[in-house]
Design a protein around this ligand. Structure first.
Ligand SMILES: [Cu+2]
Length: 116
């Protein structure tokens, strides 16, 4: 009986690890402020290569991302965020992309100009 339990536990552990390899979690601190930011980041980042899910928490300014480590890496994902005109951890947003953001985001300084 004990050996069956051990085997089951081992199998479970293996399954969990196998899933881990396919999906990694990443948290990126960003400069978003309003709902439009949330919309922009969530709808654009989901098309980023290897990104499986995107959720932005406005209260903590954090983007929660699930990604496939075989297809992308944290640096590439951060770069994707900056390409939208937003901060990604300590990387500043792309100024050209910022100009294309919705007007409210530019006015409220959601994107790159926040710290300027
Ligand atoms: Cu905004």
């Amino acid at each position: 009986m004990k050996s069956i339990m051990t085997a089951a536990l081992l199998l479970l552990t293996t399954v969990v690890f196998a899933q881990d390899k396919k999906t990694q979690k990443l948290e990126i601190h960003t400069s978003s402020v309003c709902d439009m930011c949330k919309k922009t980041i969530e709808t654009e980042m989901i098309y980023e290569k290897g990104v499986k899910s995107v959720a932005l928490d406005l209260a903590s300014n954090t983007i929660f991302i699930d990604y496939d480590p075989r297809k992308t890496n944290p640096d590439a994902i951060r770069k994707g965020v900056t390409k939208l005109g937003y901060y990604a951890d300590d990387l500043p947003g792309d100024p050209e992309a910022f100009k294309k953001l919705p007007e409210c985001c530019q006015k409220e300084g959601c994107g790159v100009k926040k710290d300027e």
